[in-house]
Design a protein around this ligand. Structure first.
Ligand code: KIV
Ligand code: NA
Length: 276
């Protein structure tokens, strides 16, 4: 099949075809997701939490992100690959942001970058897009702002905050972003934003009317035990599947049921005799 591009994102919205995106952090998972026909893989800085076990995403570095992006790029053929710009790699100046965004494309084989923020990031988005690097926006609950928000909370419930989010989405569109993630915003507000912008909205905890959906793959697979957000659906319980498999292994080794003859390598008796 064909490579999914930023143009396919825009076409999908026009044709009312829902866009599917999942996070991925390594080669094996990227290969599986890509083989399933997922439209886009986001190498999210959520890896700070689900891969590295940190409390938030703000400790993740660009070197760590690039490492995971390279792993994912080797596993994916058709999915659009989006690299998440980590905290403080696009805030200091537009120039620094362009250089850092460029690393995701040039070193890590991503097709696009994602960054958090709306109106305040519009000039930065414009600068990155001018460098021919597609940008996905991300507004609503932006986890890199956890220390300002005071926790992971729904955004845009009050009139002022809701208006601000509409303006954020419009500012990102105007700055040239090809899509925008809406995280943890009320469904009616996500619907309104989706109607007001031409670029696709990708929802996570943003209800049914977004142009696409994204989830953290560990949440979908039931293998991140610390916390399941209200908006995630578990399509599998890999935690218990893995526990069952590992329990079987432990039991078999202890009972000397594994390994068996078919798992072993042989050598000739002639050589062996010389060793005794
Ligand atoms: O880091 C991430 O996984 C994300 C998605 C939840 C949108 O930013
Ligand atoms: Na992220």
């Amino acid at each position: 099949s064909d490579k999914f591009t930023t143009q396919s994102f825009l076409d999908a919205k026009k044709n009312n075809r829902k866009i599917t995106m999942l996070t991925g952090y390594d080669y094996s998972m990227a290969q599986i997701l890509d083989g399933c026909g997922i439209d886009a893989i986001l190498v999210g800085d959520s890896l700070g939490m689900v891969v590295q076990g940190k409390d938030s995403t703000v400790e993740v570095t660009i070197e760590e992100m690039l490492y995971h992006c390279k792993c994912v790029a080797r596993g994916a053929k058709n999915a659009l690959l989006v690299g998440d710009m980590p905290f403080l790699t696009y805030h200091v100046s537009a120039e620094e942001a362009v250089r850092n965004a460029g690393r995701f494309i040039q070193e890590a084989k991503m097709n696009a970058v994602k960054l958090e923020g709306g109106r305040s990031m519009a000039d930065t988005v414009r600068a990155i897009v001018r460098a021919q690097i597609p940008v996905m926006g991300h507004i609503g609950l932006t986890p890199q702002s956890v220390n300002v928000f005071g926790g992971f909370k729904v955004q845009g419930k009050e009139e002022r905050a809701a208006r601000a989010l509409v303006e954020d989405a419009q500012a990102l569109e105007e700055a040239g972003a090809f899509a925008v993630v809406l995280e943890a915003v009320p469904e009616p507000l996500a619907r309104l934003i989706t109607e007001k912008v031409q670029i696709p909205t990708i929802g996570i905890g943003a209800g049914r009317y977004c142009d696409g959906q994204v989830l953290v793959v560990n949440d979908l697979l039931g293998m991140y035990a610390d916390f399941t957000p209200k908006f995630a659906r578990r399509y599998a319980n890999l935690k218990s599947t893995i526990a069952e498999a590992v329990g079987g292994y432990i039991g078999d080794v202890r009972a000397q049921k594994f390994p068996e003859k078919q798992h072993t390598f042989s050598m000739s008796d002639e050589v062996l005799e010389k060793l005794y």
